[in-house]
Ligand binder design. Structure first.
Ligand code: ADP
Ligand code: AMP
Length: 220
């Protein structure tokens, strides 16, 4: 399957993506995680991306699309993928369509995780991620690691993302509403959007998403 996850920052995209990708045996492709890996590796792309990320802005399309395309063309993504954080504006969505059309493939569904702004603010304020791998995500109250400050998955150090501080979060939410939300209408026009209420226990939301995907599959 080829799936896109959308939703505001803090909606739980990364949390759900890890679980859905495992259940569906497809790779989880997060452009945010790819940028953070480049920042840790001190690459040129990482240096460029960091200045935009710290300001809560989108990294320019040209580099983002090239990075996403390169990742989607890896052999493990041949049979499908779950995109998390990409596309994030209409021109990225158009670039993705062009790429898929060139391969004669289509998206199966766009899962829109719906959560209130109050809830995303609480989720982001308590989010802690792992230094070794930013897809290892915890929360200081909702999803506590077994040992404080230590990643359950790999033993890495947990820290708060620079862009999860209050000022940047406000900017990121603004960017979400002005630039990312329009892709929901773009995909609605293609009949691909499934809205998933994303408040409640993590496992319950995964169950809702899998149910919705089953229904989508049955209608195709
Ligand atoms: P996104 O990738 O959309 O920015 P994350 O998956 O990183 O969001 O989740 C944001 C924060 O909210 C994390 O700290 C995560 O542990 C927590 N979280 C995710 N899903 C839920 C949920 N259903 N209920 C409570 N907290 C959640
Ligand atoms: P995320 O981990 O998805 O919350 O993304 C963190 C930050 O990485 C965003 O605030 C952007 O600065 C950058 N980023 C991630 N994905 C994209 C994208 N598709 N387009 C532009 N910037 C992105």
């Amino acid at each position: 399957m080829r799936i896109v996850l959308v939703g505001p920052p803090g909606a739980g995209k990364g949390t759900q993506a890890v679980r859905l990708a495992e259940k569906l045996s497809i790779p989880h492709i997060s452009t945010g995680d790819l940028f953070r890996a480049n920042i840790s590796g001190q690459t040129e792309l990482g240096k460029l991306a960091k200045s935009y990320m710290d300001a809560g802005e989108l990294v320019p399309d040209e580099v983002t699309i090239a990075m996403a395309k390169d990742r989607m063309e890896q052999p493990d993504a041949e049979g499908g993928f779950l995109l998390d954080g990409f596309p994030r504006n209409v021109s990225q969505a158009e670039a993705l369509d062009e790429l898929l059309t060139g391969e004669s493939i289509t998206l199966d569904a766009v899962l829109d995780l719906e959560v209130s702004e109050d809830e995303v603010v609480k989720r982001i304020a308590g989010r802690r991620i792992c230094r070794n791998d930013s897809s290892h995500v915890f929360h200081v109250t909702y999803s506590k690691p077994k040992r404080e400050g230590v990643c359950d998955v790999c033993g890495g150090e947990l820290y708060q993302r620079d862009d999860d501080h209050e000022d940047t979060v406000r900017k990121r939410l603004e960017v979400y509403h002005s630039q990312t939300e329009p892709i929901i209408d773009y995909y609605k026009a293609q009949g691909l959007v499934v809205t998933i209420p994303a408040l409640g226990p993590v496992d319950e939301i995964t169950r809702r998403a899998l149910e919705a995907l089953k229904r989508e599959d049955a209608t195709q």
